[in-house]
Every structure is written in structure tokens, then in C-alpha cells.
Design a protein around this ligand. Structure first.
Ligand SMILES: O=C(O)c1ccccc1N[C@@H]1O[C@H](COP(=O)(O)O)[C@@H](O)[C@H]1O
Length: 214
């Protein structure tokens, strides 16, 4: 299987270049002010403009309103919007219909029930991204560097294209792939030397480990 690799929370041309060089299929830009990885729409547009054709730009939004979403699509021209808040299937389907942009919805996986309930996004999204639920004390709905019980995914009958996120790093991504069969893996904080500061060596190691996982 050709496995896709998303490197998220990039904020500099150097780290975007490192992700591209390492073989990422997707690079992600977080537009959410409380995040240490937040980039303005102007910054995201500039980073996106330098991407080579084969690498997809993912813009991460959290419960953005209609104006912000429309401006974001117009300025950044993302290939994908990653909805990482409490966006409903109806809202996402509407945005997708109006913009034509591929839509992913992050789901914080607490239990097998969460997974079965995520089927309500079928038809509204192009991909579900299974992530850990945020720890109680966190101000962020994602990007917390925590994982969840991958065994839940191994026994789940996927009705929608999907990917795996949540606490992935160069040391655990191969095991995560073996445990879940994830067709796409996504990492952010596990590739940093400090919050919001991506480490090119960790990006390269993550991509290599994901590519060569058995
Ligand atoms: O990265 C953030 O700051 C962030 C903020 C708000 C929502 C999601 C966020 N990150 C995304 O969460 C997943 C998992 O991240 P991690 O690897 O556990 O750090 C990934 O898609 C991040 O881009």
C-alpha cells in the first residue's frame, strides 16, 4: 500500500522544505490563535505558494466562522481543510459544496462507540482523522502529543477513508502502522524541539520510519 504522510503545524519555509524533501504527501498549517503553531492566513498562503505540485496543503481550522472559512479558502487555496473542532457533518458538507475543497474531520477517539458514531460523517467528508481526545487541562483540541488505544482501530470496520494522528513520532509510527494498518499518518508535536518549533531531523526520521514500516 502507498502510505500517505502528513506533517502538520509547519510555520517556516525551512521546515516546509524539510517535509517536502523527506517525502511528505501533505503539509499542514494550523490557523488557530491559541496554538503555538498558529500561522496567519497570509503566512499560510505564502508557505503554500512554495509547495511543489505533488504535495498537498492542508489548512487546519477549529470551529471557524463562515467569513474566516471563506477568506481562508480564497487566500490560502488549500487542497484540504482539516476541521478540528466540533464541526457538524452538515456544516462540513456545506463548506465542501460551496468551496469544492477536500474535507477532513478530526475525531477524538475515546472508545469503540466514538468510532461507530463517526459514521455519521459519511458522505460529508473525504477523510476522518482519528486523533486522541484532548487532555482535560489542554486549551487545544489537538496537537497535544498524546495517543489513544490503537487496538480500537484494528477491529473497526472503516466506512470512510481515514488517517491516524495523535502523539505519533519517529519512534512509535512504525508500531502504530503495524497495529492499525493506517493508510495515512499525521504528526506534529512529536516532531518538535520546543512547542511550535519543528525539527527537520525528526521530520526526516518520521517520514523514513513511516515509509519503511512493515
Ligand atoms: O497542532 C496544534 O496546535 C493543533 C491545534 C488545534 C487543533 C489541532 C492541532 N493539531 C493537530 O492535532 C493532530 C495531532 O497532533 P500531535 O501529533 O498529537 O501533536 C495533528 O493533526 C495536528 O496537526
Amino acid at each position: 500500500m502507498t502510505r500517505e504522510i502528513k506533517i502538520c503545524g509547519l510555520s517556516t519555509p525551512e521546515t516546509v522544505a524539510a517535509a517536502v524533501k523527506a517525502g511528505a504527501s501533505h503539509v499542514g498549517f494550523v490557523h488557530f490563535e491559541p496554538s503555538p503553531r498558529h500561522v496567519s492566513l497570509k503566512e499560510a498562503a505564502s508557505l503554500r505558494a512554495d509547495l511543489p505540485g505533488g504535495v498537498k496543503a492542508v489548512l487546519l481550522l477549529v470551529n471557524a466562522d463562515i467569513e474566516t472559512t471563506a477568506t481562508a479558502v480564497e487566500l490560502v487555496r488549500p487542497d484540504v481543510i482539516q476541521f478540528h473542532g466540533s464541526e457538524t457533518p452538515e456544516w462540513i458538507a456545506l463548506v465542501r459544496e460551496k468551496t469544492g475543497v477536500e474535507a477532513w474531520r478530526a475525531i477524538g477517539v475515546r472508545s469503540a462507540e466514538t468510532l461507530s458514531k463517526s459514521a455519521r460523517y459519511r458522505g460529508a467528508v473525504d477523510r476522518l482523522l482519528f486523533d486522541a481526545p484532548p487532555p482535560e487541562a489542554s486549551a487545544l483540541p489537538g496537537g497535544n502529543g498524546v495517543g489513544f488505544d490503537w487496538r480500537l482501530l484494528a477491529s473497526h470496520d472503516h466506512a470512510v477513508s481515514w488517517g491516524l494522528a495523535g502523539g505519533l513520532d519517529p519512534d512509535n509510527v512504525a508500531e502504530a502502522i503495524r497495529a492499525t494498518g493506517a493508510p495515512l499518518v499525521d504528526a506534529s508535536s512529536g516532531l518538535e524541539s520546543a512547542p511550535g518549533v519543528k525539527d527537520p531531523a525528526r521530520i526526516a526520521a518520521f517520514c523514513e520510519a513511516a515509509r519503511t514500516a512493515g
